[in-house]
Design a protein around this ligand. Structure first.
Ligand code: G6Q
Length: 538
């Protein structure tokens, strides 16, 4: 019988330890050990991870590591890498890490080595991507393809959008990339309004190839294309599919030669290194795409083999548990000081919250503790002029992840120095604040002193890298993927299913019927019925 989280010996010790720690400020901790800045950090895989500005001391890390060990973390991690069916509710392996493993490795699912299959798809993607990039692939009317429109949603959209934005600097600039996800027709209409169908390729990205939003957008795209190009045979020159469902792809009319497959052991939100990455590969080219995969792989290996104390995703994941479960932090901010990472927080919202936003354990028992915090964020300096107020002086504790790079991709002095000065200053201000004495010393009107005090003691991590490039993007994404895994192990939830998105989908199907049939008798609650009637009223 598995022990409940709160009954674990390490948990109980952590509870006591928290009582001690809650009365010590970050400032106190730095006074006790002025050198902690050079101790509480990990410098690995080109990432300098500073976690000194946290409400922890060495013992905290020791205890959190004991917790991980009591939870059987290492065995669970290794089971994931080996391809065991750790997604128990769906009876699936979880092998996004295999997608970036080198050719010479063997990884088995149901006695079949999947690595050659992965590389076959990668090679096929490379051929296709190069044809588009070099203008060898022609549209139905003989034009080069200049516009790539990815149609997908959730895991089939957020990774591609984020990666395109993040790596735009490396993208082929004569190609235009658009991403359509929402079933709101305006998303499609705006995406194509200035595009010429002769020069446009649609990539329909859908693991299942049955998702309402994606299929509706794909049908609209097909209509839009055929209105201009007239001939059904145009579809094979202007549509590609990324999917696990060959039957549905063929039914849609997409030539299965233009289909790039993946497998049920790749979860949607873990799929950006599967065929779902085709738009990324077209944008940055196969070589750079492989650099991105190498970055992912380097972080996978770090997670798999670095001692836990020196393991970035392990420490990150455990710190999240520390604030979430002991300090009752409800949210976690992700604040990139790199404009190209503007969609990174949105990407992480799905990765983290769809994974660990769960209320039952793997055995189906209701949890008696908090699971995933709410992740949110925006590029840093913009946030400083809006919501940072609450992080500095509000009543909530919001651990922050700052992400920055030493070198900018665009050399425009003095921008980079200003940007990084701001990032470092925010971590310092959050941790150390400003006392009433300090405010008074500035000659502040006594009535305003309380308004100008910063309590400090607000925790943050800083992730500092050399420069944003495909490899470093891969490392950052894998780092968060694995920290989510660590959290899932502690909370004993399944980070790899997403049953919580189902109910709304089923009800929407019912309501679609209610909206379309004029005489139908509505069977919902009175509020829902009224909303439907309001919509239908002429
Ligand atoms: C991700 C989820 C979900 C999924 C979308 C799109 O982990 O499963 O976001 O990616 O619902 O699904 P399809 O790729 O099957 O269209």
């Amino acid at each position: 019988m598995k022990q409940a989280l709160k009954d674990l010996a390490s948990w109980k010790v952590l509870e006591k330890h928290h009582q001690d720690m809650k009365s010590q400020s970050i400032k106190d901790l730095f006074s006790i050990d002025p050198d902690r800045g050079s101790k509480l950090n990990i410098n690995a895989e080109g990432i300098y991870f500073d976690f000194a500005k946290h409400r922890i001391k060495g013992t905290t890390i020791e205890l959190l590591l004991q917790l991980a060990s009591e939870r059987g973390f290492e065995a669970k991690r290794d089971a994931m890498f080996r391809g065991e069916k750790i997604n128990t509710t769906e009876n699936r392996s979880v092998l996004h890490t295999a997608l970036r493993s080198p050719k010479n490795v063997e990884i088995f699912v149901d006695n079949h080595n999947i690595v050659p299959d992965i590389h076959e798809v990668l090679d096929k993607m490379a051929v296709f991507a190069n044809k588009i990039r070099n203008g060898v692939w022609k549209g139905h009317t003989g034009h080069d393809i200049k516009n790539i429109v990815n149609i997908g949603i959730g895991g089939s959209d957020l990774g591609p959008v984020m990666a395109y934005e993040a790596l735009k600097y490396f993208s082929q600039r004569n190609l235009t990339f658009r991403f359509v996800s929402n079933v709101d027709g305006s998303d499609f209409a705006e995406a194509v309004q200035d595009l010429n169908p002769d020069e446009t390729l649609f990539i329909v990205a859908s693991k299942t190839f049955t998702t309402l939003e994606t299929m509706t957008n794909a049908q609209t795209a097909r209509k839009w294309l055929l209105e201009k190009l007239g001939n059904e045979s145009a579809v094979s020159k202007h549509f590609a599919a990324l999917s696990t469902n060959e039957k549905e792809v063929a039914k849609f009319g997409i030539d299965t030669n233009n289909m790039f497959g993946f497998w049920d052991w790749v979860g949607g939100r873990y799929s950006m290194t599967s065929a779902i990455g085709l738009s990324t590969m077209i944008a940055i080219g196969p070589e750079k795409y492989h650099e991105m995969l190498s970055g992912f792989h380097a972080m996978d290996e770090h997670f798999r083999s670095a001692p836990l104390k020196q393991n970035i995703p392990v420490i990150m994941g455990l710190l999240t548990v520390w604030y979430n479960n002991f300090f009752d932090a409800q949210t976690q901010a992700v604040l990139p000081y790199e404009n190209y990472l503007k969609r990174f927080p949105a990407y992480l919202q799905q990765l983290t919250m769809e994974s660990n936003g769960k209320m039952v354990t793997l055995d189906g028992e209701k949890v008696t503790y908090e699971t995933s915090p709410i992740y949110w964020g925006e590029p840093g300096t913009n946030g400083q002029h809006s919501f940072y107020q609450l992080i500095h002086q509000g009543t909530k504790i919001i651990p922050c992840d700052f992400i920055g790079f030493k070198k900018s991709l665009n050399q425009l002095p003095p921008h980079q120095d200003y940007l990084i000065a701001n990032m470092i200053a925010q971590g310092e201000a959050l941790a150390f604040g400003k006392t009433a004495e300090e405010v008074k010393m500035e000659g502040t009107d006594p009535n305003l002193v309380p308004h100008k005090v910063f309590d400090g003691n607000r925790p943050s991590s800083t992730f500092f890298l050399d420069q944003l490039n495909p490899s470093n993007l891969g490392k950052l994404v894998a780092m968060y993927e694995h920290s989510v895994f660590v959290q899932g192990v502690i909370w004993d939830v399944n980070p790899f299913d997403q049953m919580g998105v189902e109910l709304g989908k089923v009800l929407a199907q019912k309501i679609i019927k209610d909206l379309l049939e004029p005489e139908i008798s509505l069977q919902h609650d009175s509020s829902t019925n009224a909303l439907i009637q309001f919509y239908k009223a002429i």
